[in-house]
Design a protein. Structure first.
Length: 105
């Protein structure tokens, strides 16, 4: 009959002998592999989150630039803005109708 083991046996890790460790070496290796995969997956996810945040910031900035350029183009394409720019160059808008040139064959 086996002698009952007391609490001291478990506290001193007496149950961890070489047979137990060698018998479960495949399981320990598998668990270690799972832990490594879990850690690598966490690092990969964090890197993707950081990259997404950078891209969102860049999209926000590009959208702002697009809106400001579009507003500037709309302002500069108005007839009054164009006439001001042309007046600075010495050109003025036509006051009378353009003349039609007709060539007889």
């Amino acid at each position: 009959m086996a002698k009952p083991k007391g609490i001291g046996y478990y506290v001193s890790f007496g149950f961890l002998n070489s047979n137990l460790i060698l018998g479960n070496l495949k399981l320990l290796g598998f668990l270690s592999l799972l832990a490594i995969i879990y850690i690598a997956n966490a690092h990969y996810a964090e890197r993707n989150v950081r990259r997404i945040q950078i891209l969102q910031k860049e999209i926000h900035e590009l959208r702002w630039r697009y809106t400001s350029i579009q507003a500037e183009v709309m302002y500069n394409s108005r007839q009054s803005a164009m006439s001001e720019q042309l007046r600075e160059q010495g050109l003025r808008p036509l006051r009378d109708q353009p003349k039609k040139i007709v060539i007889d064959p």
